[in-house]
Design a protein around this ligand. Structure first.
Ligand SMILES: *Cc1c(COP(=O)(O)O)cnc(C)c1O
Length: 341
């Protein structure tokens, strides 16, 4: 298999069209067989449910080339299960979980020429998504849907080392109690754009959202879960019904306990405690962990002892261990690595 002529190390995180994508249509109460196609455009009614009432949700995962040359994905069963729960909350028919894993594998395989080589730092990002495609004018779920999977090669997240982020406590809320914060819906991102553009204008990398009901507890950022480390090396991660259950964060909890022998607490985290933590990181598929160096609450600065030049030592160990598992350098827990070829 000849790889595409791409400067892997200098790829950014932006869309690059690849050769094939998967599509399955839902019509008359059933998903069709699905197929790989070449056309990267979608033609739907101007009145489609997704365009009028944002009936859509998505997933994000990566395909890697491991040290021994296999192409793998990381825990795609958890993406399948999470898409199912997103669909249920949005009145979208569920795409069967085994078929999800199959569709992801077929799409990656069909775009093998775009899977970055081992050691390049780049990966193939996989974006499964589902949307209401039939026309809807009175507010109701659509009758027809498309499930699609496309891939795009993305560069190493940290070029020249991980620079700790400066984040701010947001005055905007992300997810209401009993709302949709726990599902991966496009609508959660649409309403976060104003807050992130405003944060960037003011020199911050990300927003820390607190719980909207009391504004006392840490929830997450627009697209990543928090992980803290206490001064006595305990890993603490916020628990809330309105946090999106990050697969990276859940995997890091296992790595902390079973690989590093650390104590882990998944519990409510009060913003008042944050000043006492030793390290802070943001977890998600894109970066695995981005270190946070500074948290600003309306002019009041919390400077993490890990500083503004590198990852804290526990964060670094977590990062190295999980990426080692993903790249096949460290033995994975049963079922974590899905070999495509
Ligand atoms: C996708 C996402 C994450 C990260 O989840 P991973 O499964 O680790 O990629 C965190 N928060 C939000 C709001 C997300 O949409």
């Amino acid at each position: 298999m000849e790889k595409k002529n791409i400067d892997w190390a200098n790829l950014g995180f932006s869309y690059v069209e690849t050769d094939k994508r998967y599509v399955s249509h839902y019509k008359d109460g059933a998903w069709d067989d699905g197929a790989l196609i070449s056309d990267a455009t979608v033609a739907i009614s101007e009145c489609a449910g997704v365009l009028q009432y944002a009936q859509t949700c998505f997933e994000g995962l990566k395909a890697y080339t491991t040290e021994d040359g296999h192409i793998v994905t990381f825990r795609p069963d958890l993406n399948a299960a999470r898409l199912k729960s997103s669909c249920e909350r949005l009145e979208i028919p569920v795409f069967p979980e085994e078929r999800f894993i199959q569709a992801v594998s077929e799409t990656v395989d069909a775009n093998e020429a775009y899977v970055p080589p081992y050691g390049s730092g780049a990966t193939l990002y996989v974006r499964p998504f589902i949307f209401g495609s039939s026309s809807v004018i009175g507010v109701a779920p659509a009758d027809e849907y498309q499930f699609r999977v496309f891939t795009t090669p993305v560069g190493p997240y940290f070029k020249g080392g991980a620079k700790p982020l400066t984040i701010r406590v947001s005055d905007f809320d992300r997810a209401a109690p009993h709302g949709t914060g726990h599902i991966k819906a496009g609508l959660n991102y649409a309403m976060s754009l104003y807050a992130i553009v405003d944060a960037h204008k003011k020199g911050f990398d990300e927003n820390m959202y607190l719980d909207p009901a009391t504004r006392t507890k840490v929830e997450e950022t627009g697209g990543a879960n928090f992980l803290f480390v206490t001064k006595d090396n305990k890993v603490v991660t916020p628990k809330s019904d309105s946090i999106l259950p990050s697969i990276t964060r859940r995997s890091l909890v296992t790595v902390a306990k079973d690989y590093l022998g650390l104590e882990v607490e998944e519990r409510e985290v009060f913003f008042d405690e944050v000043k006492d933590f030793a390290e802070c990181g943001l977890c998600g598929t894109a970066a695995v962990i981005s270190p946070v160096g500074k948290i600003v609450d309306h002019g009041n600065e919390i400077c993490l002892p890990s500083g503004m030049t590198e990852m804290g030592p526990v964060t670094k160990k977590l990062y190295d261990t999980l990426t080692g598992i993903q790249m096949g350098r460290i033995e994975a827990p049963e079922g974590w690595i899905h070999v495509i070829k």
